[in-house]
Design a protein around this ligand. Structure first.
Ligand code: PRP
Length: 207
């Protein structure tokens, strides 16, 4: 199973406040960004680097250098923006793409409204960010979009994933690794993660 649920005590502490209905937008944004920053060590665990020897003031040192092309962070708008900000706060040698979609409230199907991606995704490590993986419809659509742009190395990064959403992504794309801060078991009849955290986009942007 290519799923990593971080479940780190510090992340769990912040996720508890993030989930609380008493947490207002300013703090929600702050926490979502901070949790995304905390996830960076795991997200980039297999970052493409190659050997690079430099000189310290005293000696040669066999270090590493980032491979070309740089990795790409792709936010699913709107809510994915806050994650890409938190990630690039820590590591910013990346290109940034955007896929705009919202979930139709009746059909629960994703509706696309914008797409801006680097032209050469084929050799890049692509990190697709969305705080919520609920039914999985948005993630599957976004991964299809990345594949249409020749991306072959894709990881899906979420704050909160549901079991049905994970299953849907895995059924469609067994090769895509999912990294999430936490996981919940189920969805309600409106496709919301239960207990979840509500609507990440609305809570982030106070809409
Ligand atoms: C939310 C969330 C995901 C999607 C998850 O976005 O940020 O993109 O729903 O649902 P799914 O897994 O069932 O597709 P939303 O449609 O609320 O748009 P927003 O980010 O603009 O608020």
């Amino acid at each position: 199973m290519k799923v990593r649920i971080l479940n780190h005590p510090l992340i769990n502490l912040y996720m508890t406040t993030l989930r609380s209905k008493n947490t207002q937008s300013t703090k929600f944004r702050y926490l979502a960004r901070k949790i995304s920053s905390l996830m960076v060590f795991e997200i980039f665990k297999d970052l493409n680097v190659f050997p690079n020897t430099i000189e310290t003031p005293l000696e040669k040192y066999d270090g590493v250098k980032l491979n070309d092309p740089k990795p790409c962070i792709i936010s699913i708008l709107r809510a994915g923006l806050i994650m890409s900000e938190g990630i690039t706060d820590i590591f910013d040698e990346v290109s940034i793409g955007h896929i705009g979609m919202y979930r139709d409230e009746k059909t629960l199907k994703p509706v696309n409204y914008i797409k801006k991606l680097p032209s050469d995704l084929n050799n890049r490590q692509c990190y697709l960010c969305d705080p919520m993986l609920a039914t999985g419809g948005s993630a599957v659509s976004a991964i299809n979009t990345l594949k249409e742009h020749s991306a072959s190395n894709i990881k899906l990064i979420c704050l909160l994933a549901s079991d049905p959403g994970i299953k849907k992504v895995q059924d469609n794309f067994p090769e895509v690794e999912i990294i999430c801060a936490q996981k919940d078991d189920k969805l309600n009849e409106n496709g919301f993660i239960i207990p979840g955290l509500g609507d990440a986009g609305d809570r982030t942007f106070e809409t």
